[in-house]
Structures are given as structure tokens and as C-alpha cells.
Ligand binder design. Structure first.
Ligand code: PA5
Length: 327
């Protein structure tokens, strides 16, 4: 079973259109105007919704994209910024609080969700909401959320390579790597080295390993990892090393090759993943899909249900009644 991965190309296209159809530029919410050139875009969301912000930040790296994974948005954000609140279920308290806090402070907010309280709170205040199709679980709705956000952003920023990023998904679907890599990491903690600029791929992989395969994982972002994480290779641990290589610039490419050399000089438990695609967006979408499939295969090897995330549900239930922080 592929948990809807086979529909990603179609959903990506549809969701981009949904995001684009809602042209927030024509809108006004009380005194809040949406027709402006944002000095920054704040993308707020948690978990499988929050990773959308990481991918957008890496992909649109020449813009000021801030990823926010908490309740109220930072104090410095003002009405020159655009806030996009992403929550698959629309029930995530952190994201609802962030969106309402922004609106209260006169900052334009766009919601991207399947519905829930986020949609009703925003719509009740006249703020725009893109409603995306449902998936098996929030993280499986990545194309729905990501491409809807890109569609909205296309009214404000120049978005590269949408077509290529959708086409390349077929390559990830056809790859035989997921089964092989799942067997490689089985019974171990994956330590994932990734270059800065493509780190969302590694965080998405970590999150998918955590949630789908109930497995802890470590992300080591280069160059910072060259100054700390790398030292852990000196001792034998129940760890398998995964090196994600993509194209950002010559320096980071060189750094990743040197990291591989150093890790291999201590351990033979190393696999290198080459990201396909010419833009960062394509590479991140390709990597998210390919490595997400690894987490599904690993769940299969462990004989567990990738969809169940009982501890998340317990935690959400426990914080349900609390109020948003007062600023
Ligand atoms: O993938 C998951 O199930 C989680 O990581 C959720 O995305 C996270 O708990 C946030 O929920 P939502 O995406 O509904 O806002």
C-alpha cells in the first residue's frame, strides 16, 4: 500500500490551482490590506503541516521566509509581512493561536487547511482560507498543503519550477531505493547528513521515520554538523549513516563529499542519496517523496501501522482546553 503517494502528482497540480484561484490581493479584512509587497512571509504550522514552511523556505531562498512552529508569532512581525497558517486538520492549537494573534495585530493572514477550527475562525473574521483535499493523515497530505501554499504565494513571489517539481515525483515513485534503504536502517537509528539549503528533506525524512515507522532519527545539517555531529562517528553506535546529496552550490557540494569521506573512514554503514531535479523545490519534493516511501517500507518491515500516532493524539487531547498565550 502506498498511502496515497501514487496520487501526489495529480494532487500537487490540483492544489496549486486551488491556491492560485484564491487571489488574496483583491481582499481586505477590516483595515488589513492584502494588496502589498510583503517584506517577509511567515509560515506557521506544526509537524506534517509545519514542514511545508521548511520546504518553502529552502526553495524560495532568495526571499525572506520565516518558519514559525509555536503559538503567537514573533513580536517583530508587523503588517508588512504576510502570515500563512497551515494546518491539515485545522485543529492544531499552536497554529490557530498564531493565526488569530497575527490578525489581532493587523497582519494579513491566509489559512491553508482541510477545514476545522482554523477555517471557521479565519472565515468568521473574513480572512481568506484555501481548503485542500483530505488525505489519510496530515503528513500524507504534503502535496495538498505545499502546492496550495505555493499557489497563494505565486501572487506575491516568483515561484520556480512548479512543473518540474511535479514531473519528478514519477521518478521517486518508480525508484527501488525505498525497500533497500528501509532494510539498511532496520533496527538502527538513522543519522542523516544534509547540506544547509536542502535541510527540509532531512527533517521531513526524520518526521516520517518518527511518525510512520515509530523510529528516532538524527538530522545533521552541514556545515554546522562539521563542528559537532560528525564527532559521534568516532564511537560505534547502533546508527546507520545517510548522506543526502543535492545541488545548492559548489562549496556545499564539496563539503558533502568531504563529510562522506570522513564518515566512511570510521564506518562502512553509509548510504548516499542523490536528489534529482534542477531547482531546490524539485529536489526537496523528490527527496520528501522518496524518503517518505522509505518510512512506509520500514513500517512494513516492523509490522506496524504507519498511520497511527497515538502519543500525538494524547498530547493534543491534553492541551485542547488551554488558552493561547497572552502577549
Ligand atoms: O503528520 C501528523 O499527523 C502530525 O505531524 C500533524 O501534522 C501535526 O500534529 C499537526 O497537525 P495538523 O497538520 O493537523 O495541523
Amino acid at each position: 500500500m502506498l498511502y496515497g503517494y501514487e496520487d501526489w502528482p495529480k494532487l500537487s497540480l490540483e492544489s496549486f490551482k486551488l491556491g492560485k484561484e484564491l487571489n488574496p490581493r483583491s481582499l481586505r479584512v477590516g483595515s488589513i490590506k492584502y494588496d502589498f509587497e510583503p517584506t517577509s512571509v511567515v509560515i506557521t504550522g506544526m509537524g506534517g503541516s509545519g514542514i511545508v514552511g521548511d520546504i518553502v523556505r529552502d526553495s524560495l531562498w532568495s526571499y525572506n521566509i520565516i518558519v514559525h512552529k509555536d503559538f503567537n508569532i514573533p513580536k517583530w512581525v508587523d503588517s508588512r509581512s504576510l502570515v500563512i497558517a497551515v494546518s491539515y486538520s485545522g485543529e492544531t492549537l499552536e497554529t490557530i493561536c498564531g493565526a488569530l494573534d497575527a490578525l489581532k495585530r493587523g497582519i494579513p493572514v491566509v489559512g491553508v487547511t482541510t477545514g476545522g477550527r482554523l477555517a471557521s475562525e479565519l472565515e468568521g473574521r473574513g480572512a481568506p482560507v484555501v481548503k485542500v483535499p483530505k488525505a489519510i493523515a496530515p503528513r500524507f497530505g504534503l502535496p495538498n498543503l505545499l502546492y496550495a501554499v505555493l499557489g497563494v504565494l505565486s501572487h506575491y513571489l516568483s515561484i520556480p519550477e512548479i512543473d518540474e517539481s511535479i514531473k519528478i515525483q514519477e521518478d521517486a515513485l518508480k525508484s527501488e531505493l525505498p525497500g533497500r534503504l528501509a532494510s539498511f536502517v532496520r533496527g538502527h537509528v538513522p543519522m542523516i547528513f544534509v547540506p544547509l539549503g536542502l535541510q527540509a528533506v532531512a527533517y521531513r525524512f526524520k518526521n516520517d521515520l518518527n511518525e510512520n515507522a515509530k523510529t528516532p532519527a538524527v538530522v545533521a545539517v552541514v556545515p554546522e554538523a562539521d563542528h559537532n555531529d560528525i564527532v559521534a562517528v568516532m564511537l560505534k553506535h547502533p546508527v546507520k549513516y545517510i548522506i543526502i546529496r543535492g545541488r545548492t552550490d559548489d562549496v556545499h557540494d564539496y563539503l558533502m563529499r568531504t563529510v562522506e569521506e570522513v564518515v566512511r573512514s570510521y564506518s562502512s554503514d553509509v548510504e548516499v542519496i542523490e536528489l534529482k531535479g534542477s531547482s531546490r523545490l524539485s529536489q526537496e519534493v523528490y527527496g520528501s517523496m522518496l524518503l517518505g516511501l522509505v518510512s512506509i517500507k520500514l513500517a512494513e518491515l516492523y509490522g506496524i501501522d504507519p498511520v497511527r500516532t497515538d502519543p500525538i493524539n494524547t498530547l493534543k487531547e491534553k492541551i485542547k482546553g488551554i488558552s493561547c498565550p497572552s502577549n
